[in-house]
Design a protein around this ligand. Structure first.
Ligand SMILES: [Zn+2]
Length: 343
């Protein structure tokens, strides 16, 4: 077997741990619930046990290069402290990296979850042929990651890439970050459900009201299902998602002129419902996109087989992610491999 490392995706709901070899082959994956309510030490115990199990199992036939962990929150890259994490109450200011290194006696690299997702798509997914890329992850919130010259761009404090908190509506819905009208308030799963509930409250949609009444979960996925069945009210919500994304992508494309921008996360499975509105906005708002748009931008968002050559000249590609929820696991596992190579 090739040398391998262990990637960890520490979410508010799931804790996933995988052994991945240096060629990007997933050797084994373990999924555990994150028992956040039982406290930080419990979660760290579970994590260390699963890591130990995987590394013992494979280390006789090859070398274990280290551990990469994707964490939702702001990380101090120098000290490995988790500064702030709304999904992991009680973890703030905790020396996560030092504690796990102490327990497992091996190199640990901590990284923001949206950054590792971007890094995974850059390594093995939609952006694998590019050294420069940006990614938006549409989940409960909206995360962002930027990879430049093949490396995650951290900025001065490890806080770069917070695209989810750029303003799309100056007087819009209040956001947890203190701003109003952030992208996250229009393009996350939480936002999709909120916008549907707003339409219901305004008596603006009988079909959404019926669905909310009969479907106890009434999630972004339920609304997407309505949209693909042709429900105009549900489709309008996803057009709003696309519009918000298009506004932010216009700014990114004008500012960065990268070859590829990837849209991932759970909400990205509704790509067909919101992508046309993204390209509509880009065409109107983005000078750099107008000059670099491929002839058929939607042809590049088709899915696993969507590896389309953008044609002659260098074009701006905006496409959906390919690795689904594993992007973060692969990206996290890649971190120790890069660090090892740089030594
Ligand atoms: Zn915000």
């Amino acid at each position: 077997m090739n040398d391998f490392s262990i990637g960890v995706d520490l979410g508010g709901t799931n804790l996933r741990i995988a052994a991945v070899d240096v060629n990007g082959h997933l050797v084994e994956k373990v999924t555990l619930g994150t028992k956040v309510s039982l406290g930080r030490d419990h979660v760290i115990n579970d994590m260390c046990e699963a890591i130990q199990h995987l590394s013992e199992k494979y280390k006789n036939s090859s070398s274990m290069l280290g551990i990469g962990i994707g964490v939702p929150g702001i990380i101090d890259m120098q000290t490995g402290l988790l500064r702030e994490s709304p999904n992991l109450p009680g973890w703030a200011e905790y020396p996560v990296r030092a504690e796990i290194e102490r327990r497992l006696n091996t190199m640990v690299i901590l990284e923001n979850d949206a950054n590792v997702a971007a890094f995974g798509e850059k390594w093995l997914g939609a952006a694998k042929d590019h050294d420069d890329m940006a990614m938006l992850t549409l989940g409960t919130g909206v995360g962002g990651g930027l990879v430049l010259g093949g490396k995650i761009w951290h900025g001065m404090n490890g806080m770069a890439g917070e695209f989810g908190h750029t303003t799309v509506e100056p007087e819009g819905h209040p956001c947890g970050c203190g701003n109003r009208g952030c992208l996250e308030q229009y393009a996350s799963a939480t936002a999709v459900v909120r916008m549907a509930r707003e339409a219901i409250a305004e008596n603006a949609s009988c079909s959404l009201a019926r669905a909310a009444h009969s479907d106890l979960e009434f999630s972004a996925k339920s609304i997407y299902n309505l949209a693909i069945q042709g429900d105009e009210d549900a489709r309008r919500i996803f057009r709003r998602v696309g519009r918000a994304l298009g506004i932010v992508l216009s700014t990114l494309v004008n500012s960065l002129n990268l070859p590829i921008y990837v849209v991932g996360g759970g909400v990205a499975s509704a790509w067909e419902a919101f992508a046309p509105a993204i390209f509509e906005e880009l065409r109107h708002r983005c000078m750099v996109y107008a000059a670099t748009a491929p002839a058929d931008p939607l042809a590049q968002g088709g899915g696993a087989s969507s590896h389309v050559d953008p044609g002659p000249g260098r074009k701006t590609i905006i496409t959906r992610a390919l690795l689904g929820s594993d992007a973060g696991l692969f990206g996290a596992a890649r971190l120790p491999m890069i660090a090892e190579a740089a030594r």
